[in-house]
Design a protein around this ligand. Structure first.
Ligand SMILES: *Cc1c(COP(=O)(O)O)cnc(C)c1O
Length: 368
């Protein structure tokens, strides 16, 4: 079985060394020493000012909204994992969907401005597949209308824009360290900001709003444990090598796929990529479904990242009449993420590419 991704696991002995320390200290969670060390190492690795290691990549989006008092309309992308929209709905905000760019599938800044009303408070955009949004254009709009910018940067660990971590942009950026992501802590995530006051607020939010017996604010339980931090400490030093290995797999696909009939999203100029995903776009959903069947028959499991277009979700659509998003609705029907992980063998990439090329060729012959 070849899945869309396979979690990297460090040497068991290395992880066990950390466990011995946990057993000695009996400090399992609540701002423990491994968590603090991981936060420090991640800040150095990413070059960001404030970073809070939290329990997942969804709760940090919710904390971002709460920390900036965002309760009304938020302009967001229809092309992302469902968590982006869920966070908004869960916090009682109204998602207003701006369509995506047809080349890189990130939010289209030109579609944002016409959607701004007096209730618009923020822009929540996703750096799709680890590629950066049009950051400067979004910032210009945000400044003009006094909006906050939150980036769901769940895919971007290790990717940079203009030489800086993509996580360093926006008022707040968040990341996920779920087992399927480029860098993982089994479950986990982080929230990043350059603002000292926000960082202090988020620190309290993470543990119920209190520290010891002092109560500072409302809060939630977004803490993470020493066991998760230990996994992060094992994997972080290897991230660069893991990204290099992903880059090689990426190149093998590039060499083998027949791009006369399929395409790939483009990268934003200025991005140094982390090779988080390998999405391909087919001519139609029918072709995509045929390819999925052909791959599944060989026990190869791609995933429809991202489908459906979030503006079509019944529980999201009711919230705001909103304009349709024809680009996102179209792309989401035709895009498929192929298996991509550091130790995916070249022979498997060969096999996957052959199946796809053959299926696409057969389909286009049938259509003619
Ligand atoms: C994975 C992901 C999330 C959610 O992260 P979890 O850690 O699983 O909660 C949020 N947004 C995007 C874009 C993601 O891909």
């Amino acid at each position: 079985m070849i899945n869309v991704t396979k979690s990297y696991l460090p040497d068991l002995e290395e992880y066990t060394e950390y466990l011995k320390g946990i057993w000695e200290r009996v400090h399992l969670t609540n701002d423990g020493p491994l968590l603090r060390r991981l936060e420090g190492e991640m800040k150095d690795f990413l070059g960001v000012k404030h970073l809070k290691f939290c329990s997942n990549g969804t709760i940090v989006l919710q904390m971002a909204l709460k920390a900036m008092n965002i309760t009304k309309e938020v302009i967001t992308t229809p092309f992302s994992y469902v968590a982006t929209t869920n966070a908004l709905l869960w916090e009682g905000c109204t998602p207003v969907y701006a369509d995506i760019r047809p080349d890189d599938f990130c939010i289209d800044p030109d579609k944002i401005e016409p959607l701004i009303t007096e209730d618009t408070q923020a822009i929540m955009a996703t750096h799709v597949y680890g590629n950066a949004c049009r950051i400067e254009q979004i910032q210009t709009i945000a400044e003009k209308y006094n909006l906050k910018v939150i980036y769901d940067a769940a895919h971007t660990f290790g990717a940079t824009y203009k030489g800086k971590s993509i996580l360093s942009y926006g008022d707040i950026s968040t990341c996920s360290f779920h087992a399927t992501k480029v860098f993982h802590t089994v479950e986990g995530g982080c929230i990043v900001t350059n603002d000292d006051d926000l960082a202090q607020k988020l620190h309290h939010y993470r543990s119920f709003g209190h520290r010891n017996d002092e109560y500072f604010s409302v809060g939630i339980n977004a803490k993470n444990s020493e066991f998760h931090a230990a996994m992060g400490l094992c994997i972080l030093p290897k991230v660069q090598a893991l990204i290099e290995a992903r880059k090689q797999v990426f190149a093998w696909y590039d060499e083998r796929l027949d791009f006369s009939r399929i395409s790939r999203p483009t990268l934003t100029p200025g991005v140094s990529y982390n090779y988080a995903y390998y999405p391909v776009v087919f001519d139609s959903e029918e072709t995509l479904l045929h390819v999925v069947d052909a791959l599944k028959a060989q026990e190869i499991v791609p995933r429809r990242y991202f489908y459906p277009s979030l503006n079509t979700l019944p529980f999201a659509a009711g919230s705001e009449p909103g304009a349709p998003c024809p680009v996102s609705e179209d792309v989401s029907l035709r895009v498929l993420s192929l298996p991509l992980y550091p130790d995916l063998p070249e022979a498997d990439v060969d096999r996957i590419a052959s199946i796809i090329n053959q299926e696409v060729a057969v389909r286009s012959a049938e259509v003619l």
